[in-house]
Every structure is written in C-alpha cells, then in structure tokens.
Write a protein of this length. Sequence first.
Length: 391
Amino acid sequence: MSKIGVAVIGAGMVGRAHAAGFRAASTVYGPGLPEIDLVTIADLNAEFAQDSARRFGYRNSETDWRTILSDSSIQVVSVAVANSLHREISEALLKAGKHVLCEKPLAPSTADARAMVETAKKAKDLHAGTGFTFRRSPAIGAIKNELENGNLGKPYFFNGHYWCDYAADSSRPMSWRYKGGPGSGALADIGSHVVDLAEFMFGEIESVSGAVLTTFTQRRALPSGTAMGHAATSLSDVYEDVENEDLVTFIAKFKSGATGTFSSSRVAHGLANGLGFEIHTEKGAATFDLGRMGEFGYFDSTTPHQTSGYRQAFIGPDHPYIAGGMAMDFPTVNYGQNDLFVWQARAFLEQVAGLSRLPKVATFEEGLRNLIILDSIVESALHNGIEVKIK
C-alpha cells in the first residue's frame, strides 16, 4: 500500500483523540508505514466536525457518516460515537470494504456484538479492532511482561478501580451516557476498561459474584444547547430518567485460581480520571495509578529483608512502546493518555499495511468477550449477587 486514507466518525471527546492519533501515527516507530491521508471527520454536529477537521488536518467534514461508505479514498475508519450506534455504523463500513477500529464497549448488547463479529468474519481481508486503549500503556505493559516472564510467579489477587467524577454534579445535563438500562452506565463506560485490563494481565475470568449497581441521581435535565463529552452546559426545564448505574462493585474469580475485586464510579468527587490497580502474586506485587502514568510500583519478595519494600520503577525505552514512540524517548521523559491513542492508531495502521511490528489491537471477538462479562456482572446484580459463570 502506498497510501492509507483515514476517516473518523465522531468529533466529540474520544473522536478527537482518534483523529489526533491518526495524525501523529506516522511520526512514531520509524519509517515503513504508507503515507497517511487524513480525509474526513464526520459528526452530526456540523460545528464539531468542522472544528475537528481544521484542528487535526483532515480535508473534509461531514454531518452524515454514510458519505464515507462510497468514498474510495478511505480505507480505515474509527467509530467513536454513542454506543447505540456502533453496530449499524461498523457493519455498514465493513460491508463497504473499510477496516474498522470501534471504540469500546463494542456494542450496546452481546447480541449486537455477536452480529458484528460475524460481519467481520465474512469480511475476510479486513481488520476489525476494539479500542481498549489502556493496553498501550507502557507501565501496564511492563507489569504484564513481569507476569509473563515468571518474575512475579503465580497471580493471586487483582484489585482494580476506575473512579471518575463526571456525574458527581447532579446538575450536569442528560446525555446518551445515562441511557440504556442496567450495566450501560459506569460499568460499560469505564468499568469495561478495568475488566479488559484484568484479563489482559491475569488471564480469563471464570465467574463473577457479589455485584451491586447503584444510581444516586435519578433524573437529569436535558441540555438547552449542545455539550461535548462530560462538559457542563445550560439546561432546559425538561427532565428525563437516568436509566443506568452511577456505581458498580463486584468480585471475580480467574481460571488461574486468582481472585479479583472491582469498582467503577462516575460520582467519585475529585477524581476526573482515576484508573488504578494493585496486583499481588506468589513472588511479589505491583501497582499502577493513571495519575502517575510514567511509573509503576513494584515489590520483589526475593529482596533481602533489610532493604525490602515497594520501589518506583520509572518508565523508559526498555519498557513497551517508549523506544521510538515519542520525540524524546528517554528515561523519565513522560507521556500521557493522548499518546496511547497515537500508539493504538499506529498499531492498527500497521495491521492494515501488513507490517504488524507492534502488538495487535484488541479484536472484535475480545470486545464481545468483554460484553459477555459485563452482562454476567449485571445478571449477578439483578439476582442478589449470585455467582455467574462466564459462558
């Protein structure tokens, strides 16, 4: 391939991250990638589409995503819109011969996700990926490497959380994030990331139990204007019911014999983006905090007692994704969450180009499995915390 044409459907918070990621993808990890042609940003809101196209250097802006289907200059498309639209758009793109990178959660239901997986299978020469962006974190990758090379021994316990405050203010406007029924709130929106990371590092979850879904704000006012992402805006006097949860907690058992505890909240005051976890194993332990992305905590039980304890491991070129991944790829020169989108975009583009020098993006099948686990968590919550086997 001499050129790869790119489009992004969605010009909101995550859509802009995808758009910027594709723009910077050719600047990382050396030469060899075909020329990236930034073609179109599509969003129902014309102002958002135009602004994103201008900011990130895309030639066109559209209000109808269907224009992308017939555009032969576009080969790769990111789908970064409301979850309820993922299936319709992704399937149409695949049938039109486009490679698709769809944001998580893959679909609003497992039935929709299964259909998407089948459509992707029929499109044999096309790549279909799910955007679990935190898999690209160098610190998380480093901890995963320590587990896989045996330095930490057998996994015992995973404690993970994703705590945010975007819904803590009850005066924030109603949006699609508050619609969809049990499990489509804090669990699908942010908890899906923690579930994916747990399996990414500890292997498959065998069952879940003790799940609780809680909603604190029962009604929200519709916005009188247009809001992007979690931003506040002026409110109308029309209120609608919140249909999903503000908080979820549950327990998991892994096939390895390990146990996990999880919580995700969108009403955690003071935490705009609080992802973190602790793992405990046969030979040590490790910790990660998204607020300190450039490091992780590490404990090695083989260290002499006189000097034992957690130590800071600062991220550098010896860890995943850093070497060649930034303009200054030196030890302790930090990175941010936006870089993860660049590295994800680069990995997906390499798959499309047949290079695959980086670990591949999560598949549609992995996106489906994530939804199956989320459904099992909801089933546990709706039946007084019963244990539910992952089928």
